[in-house]
Design a binder for this molecule. Structure first.
Ligand code: COA
Length: 708
């Protein structure tokens, strides 16, 4: 049990160390103890200065978010305002130096800003990530930071929530000094030096020279606002953060703090903060798998092999290389292999051109890649990831081949996005070592990895793939085996409703704009154009019974595919595209085709209100999500939310589809779904789980996890 905060006197300096593993969060207990020890040091005549530091190789990662969550949910918390402590530190005549190592975030940085001098180790990182929790800094950060680094730089940090490294922080004026040697000793020296100078310590709140006036920065701030409005996709916290920072230039420090407090409260009371905190904890909860003992052994993965150098295979290869994992890349012939390699090389060269990678880093990555057209080399891999075309017969054949060629204890993973993992496992002599690793395109950039457990997949293989996800800097979510797993199974009804709505009279643009207004990263038809309309068309061609009995048929997508309108890659799909451009342009020809399909299907077209578009799109997700929970395909509602936020562009500030439904109230959602069932057909039958929860006044996110 850690002592939370300790104080020791070294050469007349009180060194106060926060020790609340893992990240030294400022819990109510830490706050109380810190305050008591600071007050004691300030009052002790023999103490000439203070040093604030953190144990666990980090300073302070902010106020305890669990307590903030209670505040957001209006539950009681013992969390205290940080202002009194910060004001006392700042007003102290004894110098207060803080020693920043590891991360210094949120309330931790606000504490540092109130100190008189900030020293950091070169590997330290700092930031005010509150916007990612739907909040703004609430302990003076928006008022002190601009006084140190200027209005625009502070607005940028507060609005984006981005972390910067110690060098950038020093260049900006946030950190006073970088220390390559022993940080704590250097901080003690600095405190003594400042005490000996006889000068009163500099107070950040009284510093004005970097601040400037609002008028001087109007243009830069309005550009930032426009960027945040676009990137934030409807999130209000980034805009409120800019507003609070602006107040530092127009109001006195105390009035600025009051303005910050008002804006902070408004954020806290919004559903945005509750949703964002749900996502923060959710992204960590998904790593915890009920029924998987903590001590489960994981296998060491030193070498991977990827089968197939297409778009997905190439992206998976880059993901592994980026994480320092050597990869054997196998294709069936050298022409395909060369094409795939060329894309990988070009992508890396582009990253170098954009300054995201150095030439040396690119060379290091490429040196880990071993291309081949023979199965022989995969024998040394501890994991083989199959990424061939989405076709069951082909995948079965590949699984037989890799089972024969791979080491007997290697894990065989399929990157299938829909197909039955058990059917693939049955082709091998090691079903317990077969698993789905469903990456999302572009695989090297998207954070989600759906990890699909088959009936026989062993605990060790699951734990190894969850650990691999972390190593690849992805969020691994364990799901069960069914057609489309979680993400794509829900995407089916979502896409179906979009097509029904289009036939009923909503334009492609109206549907997409409604989704973008809601905060989705892209409209559904834009996504389809990106993915390729021919993909679904081919699946439907292979399976004439793709739509269950009795469902209303929709044909426009097939018509487009048959006309060669396969999406962006052919310059036309649901939209048209100028050569070399990616901007979707509405195409009256498409609306004509949809109208013809509607007439052929006997559909009377009408003006569809935006609210109906939104409700049908969202509730199609929610109803299928409820069935997925019933079936035990997702462990918890939050797993579905994390999949949708990280793999399908669902806005984090709405918490994911299941949290969104909870926010609206399940009785309301149920009522609307029942209405759709009456109006449109049996495919809107409410999921029994939704009915039960709505009746019981419960929520999806309150449910217990299902054990696998
Ligand atoms: N309050 C409470 N708990 C916190 C926390 C905070 N400010 N920051 C992190 N944690 C918890 C996490 O929930 C996790 O708990 P778990 O192990 O029970 O799941 C644990 O600390 C480790 O965090 P994790 O994110 O898994 O570790 P990491 O090393 O990848 O990242 C951080 C560490 C600090 C960079 C990251 O956790 C982070 O960004 N935290 C948020 C900081 C923040 O927003 N602060 C502003 C609040 S004012």
């Amino acid at each position: 049990m850690s002592s939370l905060v300790t104080s020791e006197t070294i050469r007349d300096v009180a060194v106060i160390t926060v020790d609340n593993p893992p990240v030294n969060a400022l819990s109510p207990e830490v706050q109380t103890k810190l305050e008591a020890l600071v007050d004691a040091a300030l009052a002790a005549p023999a103490i000439r200065g203070l040093v604030l530091a953190g144990a666990n190789n980090t300073f302070i990662a902010g106020v305890d978010i669990k307590e903030l969550q209670k505040l957001a949910q209006r539950k009681p918390t013992l969390l205290k305002e940080l202002h009194p402590l910060l004001n006392r530190l700042e007003a102290s005549t004894k110098p207060v130096v803080c020693a920043l190592s590891g991360v210094t975030l949120g309330g931790g940085l606000e504490l540092a800003l109130a100190c008189h001098y900030r020293m950091a180790s070169p590997s330290a990182r700092v930031g005010l990530p509150e916007v990612k929790l739907g909040l703004i800094p609430g302990a003076g950060g928006t008022q002190r930071l601009p006084r140190l680094i200027g209005l625009v730089a502070a607005a940028e940090l507060c609005a984006t929530g981005q972390q910067i490294d110690a060098t950038a922080a020093q260049q900006a004026g946030l950190v006073d000094e970088l220390v390559t040697g022993e940080l704590r000793a250097a901080a003690i020296d600095q405190a003594l030096k400042m005490a000996a100078s006889g000068q009163p310590p500099r107070q950040t709140s009284a510093t004005q020279d970097r601040l400037g006036t609002l008028a001087e920065h109007t243009e830069a701030l309005s550009k930032l606002r426009a960027r945040m409005a676009r990137q934030g996709r409807g999130a209000s916290a980034p805009l409120k953060a800019i507003e609070a920072v602006e107040a530092s230039a127009t109001l006195s420090f105390p009035d600025g703090l009051r303005r910050e407090a008002d804006l902070f409260r408004a954020c806290l009371q919004s559903s945005e903060s509750a949703a964002s905190m749900h996502v923060f904890f959710g992204e960590r909860t998904v790593a915890k798998i009920p029924g998987l003992p903590q001590e489960t052994q994981t296998y060491t993965l030193r070498q991977a092999a990827v089968i197939g150098a297409g778009t997905m295979g190439g992206g998976i290869v880059m993901t592994c290389l980026d994480a320092g994992i050597p990869v054997v890349l196998k294709e069936i012939d050298s022409a395909r292999l060369e094409r795939g390699l060329d894309v990988i090389r070009r992508n890396y060269a582009e990253a170098v051109k954009k300054g995201r990678l150095t030439d040396g880093q690119m060379q290091q990555r490429l040196a880990l890649l071993e291309p081949t057209t023979s199965y022989e080399q995969i024998g040394k891999a501890e994991i083989v990831i199959e990424a061939v075309f989405e076709n069951m017969a082909l995948k079965k054949q590949v699984f037989r081949e890799i089972d024969a060629a791979a080491a007997p204890d290697a894990i065989l993973a399929s990157n299938t996005s829909t197909l039955d993992i058990d059917a693939l496992a049955a082709e091998t002599r090691r079903p317990e070592r077969v698993i789905g690793n469903h990456f999302f395109s572009p695989a090297n950039l998207m954070r989600l990895l759906e990890i699909v457990r088959g009936r026989k997949t062993s605990h060790e293989v699951i734990a190894t793939c969850m650990a691999l996800a972390r190593r690849l800097r992805k969020i691994g979510v364990l799901v069960g085996n069914c057609h489309g797993f979680v993400g794509n199974r829900m995407f089916g009804p979502f896409l179906r409703e979009a097509q029904y709505l289009a036939e009923e009279g909503a334009s492609i643009t109206e549907i997409d704009e409604t989704l973008v207004q809601f905060g989705m990263a892209m409209g559904v038809f834009t996504v389809e154009d990106l993915a390729g309309i021919d993909v679904g068309w081919r699946v439907r061609q292979e399976n004439p019974h793709w739509l269950p009995e009795g469902y209303r048929k929709y044909r426009a997508a097939d018509r487009l595919a048959e006309m060669g309108r396969h999406g962006q890659k052919t310059g036309a799909g649901w939209y048209r595209y100028e050569p070399g451009r990616r901007t979707p342009i509405p195409d009256p020809r498409v609306e004509e085709i949809i109208a013809q399909c509607a007439t052929a299907g006997g559909i009377v077209r009408r003006k569809v209100p935006p609210q109906e578009i939104l409700d049908r799109m969202m509730y199609a997700l929610v109803n299928e999500g409820a069935r997925i929970l019933e079936d035990g395909i997702a462990l918890r509602a939050v797993d579905i939310d994390i999949i949708y936020v990280n793999g399908y562009g669902f806005p984090a500030h709405r918490g994911g589809p299941m949290f969104y439904a909870d926010t609206l109230g399940l009785p309301k959602v149920l009522e609307r779904i029942q209405e759709f069932e009456r109006q449109h057909g049996f495919w809107w039958k409410p999921a029994p789980l939704l009915e039960q929860l709505a009746k019981a006044g419960r929520k999806f996110c309150d449910m217990e996890a299902k054990h696998g």
